[in-house]
Design a protein around this ligand. Structure first.
Ligand code: ATP
Ligand code: MG
Length: 649
């Protein structure tokens, strides 16, 4: 495909000032593979350790004994590394810029202030009975207190489990039960896009379920002052928990392999898994990738638009940036409120240098036309980032040309909740970009492509994406279910970590994620990823967004079913359906030509904005009963409309 052959070379001026240029990337990558002990032993020193480690790497992918440990005899504290150690040098620099849902509300918090707030709340937690090893559930809006609560847990050695503030009472309840959590931290209400989200009410409902038995205290932050129910024996105001409490709190000495947090995966593919991440390796990896992938320089304002409820928020709003002493922007609202130009306006207001967002946000802006960016200049931007899904080349180009004014490299970062940090991405001073490709591996990361029998494939080819060896940020287990961890990731291909993603490698060794392996189509014996067909669809001016799934087809085995959201100004007409089919034939080839094209105003998405193809597959197969777990859908009502208008019946 012509679009995919486009190369955006590294800007030499940027390379000259970057942490990592091409020569350094190659040299460091080689060293990281030849001598992981030496390489990571050196990198581990970017943190402050109470007791330095002597052992660096102890990892086994043997399915009979999956065992992953990094820096295992060292001790440290994550909150200490994100706060205390910065105080002498940059205590009065801004740690968190908070931008409210309402553009007139914002707040700047220095490292010294954040340190004080974290210590005080940590003492508040202790006063309520929290102790090392407890699992504390956070169900919070995007306010600084969410970061404060995470760091306060880390400070006292409690394990946080952040549940995204858009999830239902059922989802909260099942995560509390799964993790045996004894304390919940929430807020009266959240604010998003001008709407109030009943967080406390959802917690009340979750805890009313008799199966949810472990919670002793619910700490409630007053955000909106809205009406809520109160349970005297259980509920405590956040401000009461810290009233009159000391703001000195020593950081608990934790082993590198003590758990830092549990995080449940987004739920695109089924029952959520509670990934266990530990302290030392995770923090080394989050800090290092934040510095190098975004080429972060001291003093820059960095904005990741994710929610702290996702791994992206953990690693690249809170832990990575704060471990590096960065200024991290935290946004309470949604990119389209109160105006569709809000994202650009926030960049101008806070002079953002680095903007890290998701393809779904870019496509939403793109569908409205370039004028949505007229309300901002965005000339402070230096680097753009993308995460969550393959970014279609068309959306990549728009992101680059319109949002980044054609000046900023885009780091397309491929990684997972399970990986803790970014694994494949173009370091902006080192690696030329190709729109739609996550490009090359980060230090220490050894991707490989295997066929269905697990044979490693060489050269330019396509296959299942696996990782051959561990990196420090890797999740260590599934909470309370190590067998499921082994089963899910280490049993398909012996001795390898299986990502679940399909991938293509080109002649330059660049990796192109083609979608989840479960979503791969097999049309008349040809295997095709969903990403390629979707990208071709989105390249047509009438298409704002597309989702492709297979459905049972008598002759071809599988037929191609495409769901299309039209761009502004286009009508759902039969002629357009035909034109789109022709378009894909021309762009990819006759084998990829869609059998059915359904126009729809919306697609079923997870709360983090990913298309749930599992549901679309069922509808395309005309199996509309038993759609499975839909509790993590952002808007379940789109499903009814899709069923109503389905084409294969
Ligand atoms: P679940 O595992 O519960 O189904 P999920 O996989 O959506 O949910 P995450 O860990 O948030 O949960 O997402 C990781 C997945 O997102 C990757 O495996 C990949 O499929 C996709 N992904 C993330 N970043 C990229 C990217 N830059 N390019 C292509 N795909 C990406
Ligand atoms: Mg996944």
């Amino acid at each position: 495909m012509s679009e995919q052959d486009k190369v955006y070379p590294v800007n030499p001026d940027l390379a000259a000032k970057a942490w990592i240029d091409q020569a350094r990337y190659e040299q460091m990558y080689q060293q990281s593979i030849d001598d992981p002990e030496g390489f990571w032993g050196e990198q581990g020193k970017r943190l402050d350790w109470f007791k330095p480690y002597n052992k660096v790497k102890h990892t086994s992918y043997d399915p009979h004994n999956v065992d992953i440990r990094w820096f295992e005899d060292g001790t440290l504290n994550a909150a200490y590394n994100c706060l205390d150690r910065h105080l002498a040098e940059r205590g009065d620099e801004v740690a968190i810029i908070w931008e409210g849902d309402d553009p007139n509300e914002d707040r700047k918090i220095t490292y010294r202030e954040l340190h004080r707030e974290v210590c005080q709340f940590a003492n508040g937690l202790k006063k309520l009975g929290a102790k090392k090893g407890d699992v504390i559930t956070l169900y919070m809006p995007m306010v600084p207190e969410a970061a404060v609560a995470m760091l306060a847990c880390a400070r006292i050695g409690a394990v946080h489990s952040v549940v995204f503030g858009g999830f239902s009472p059922d989802a909260i309840g099942s995560r509390i039960v799964n993790s045996n959590s004894n304390i919940v931290i929430t807020s009266d209400e959240g604010l998003r896009g001008g709407k109030r989200i009943p967080l406390k009410e959802n917690v009340d409902e979750a805890l009313a379920n008799p199966e949810v038995k472990t919670v002793e205290k619910v700490i409630v932050l007053k955000r909106t002052g809205g009406d809520i129910d109160w349970h005297d024996h259980r509920d405590v105001w956040y401000h009461d928990a810290i009233a009159g409490v000391s703001d000195e709190c020593p950081a608990e000495e934790m082993n590198a392999e003590d758990p830092l947090f549990i995080l449940y995966t987004s739920g695109s593919t089924g029952a959520p898994k509670g990934l266990k991440h530990t302290t030392g390796g995770y923090l080394v990896y989050a800090a290092m990738t934040h510095q190098y992938v975004f080429d972060y320089k001291p003093g820059e304002v960095y904005w990741c638009t994710a929610d702290v409820g996702w791994i992206t928020g953990h690693s690249y709003i809170v832990y990575g940036p704060l471990a590096n002493g960065a200024t991290t922007l935290m946004f309470e609202g949604v990119p389209s409120y109160p105006t569709s130009g809000r994202m650009g306006e926030v960049c101008d207001k806070h002079q953002v240098s680095i903007l890290y967002t998701a393809p779904t946000a870019v496509r939403a802006l793109m569908a409205q036309g370039e004028h949505v960016m007229d309300s901002s200049k965005r000339d402070s931007l230096r680097i753009l980032g993308s995460v969550g899904e393959p970014i279609n080349p068309e959306a990549w180009e728009w992101f680059h040309r319109v949002i980044g004014n054609g000046r900023c490299p885009i780091v397309d970062t491929w990684w997972q909740t399970e990986t803790g940090g970014i694994l494949i991405a173009p370091l902006p001073g080192a690696i030329a970009q190709k729109p739609g490709s996550a490009t090359l591996p980060f230090f220490g990361v050894q991707p490989a492509l295997v066929d269905n029998e697990g044979h490693i494939l060489e050269g330019a080819t396509e296959g299942n994406l696996v990782l051959l060896d561990s990196w420090p940020g890797q999740g260590r287990s599934i909470w309370g279910d190590h067998d499921r961890f082994v089963q899910t990731y280490f049993s398909t291909y012996k001795g390898m970590y299986f990502t679940g993603d399909g991938c293509r490698r080109d002649d330059d060794g660049y990796y192109w994620i083609t979608g989840r392996v479960d979503d791969v189509l097999n049309v008349s014996g040809h295997r095709m990823g969903t990403a390629e067909i979707e990208s071709a669809m989105v390249a047509h001016p009438a298409v704002a967004e597309a989702a492709v799934v297979g459905f049972p087809h008598d002759i071809k085995g599988q037929g191609i079913y495409v769901y299309v959201i039209l761009a502004d100004g286009y009508e759902p007409e039969e002629d357009l359906q035909k034109e789109l089919v022709k378009w894909v034939r021309k762009e990819i080839g006759p084998i990829a030509s869609p059998d059915l094209v359904q126009f729809t105003p919306g697609l079923p998405k997870t709360r983090s904005g990913k298309i749930m193809r599992r549901i679309l597959r069922k509808i395309a197969a005309n199996e509309t009963d038993g759609l499975g777990d839909t509790s993590t859908l952002a808007d379940p009502s789109v499903v009814d409309e899709l069923i109503d208008q389905r084409l294969n019946r």
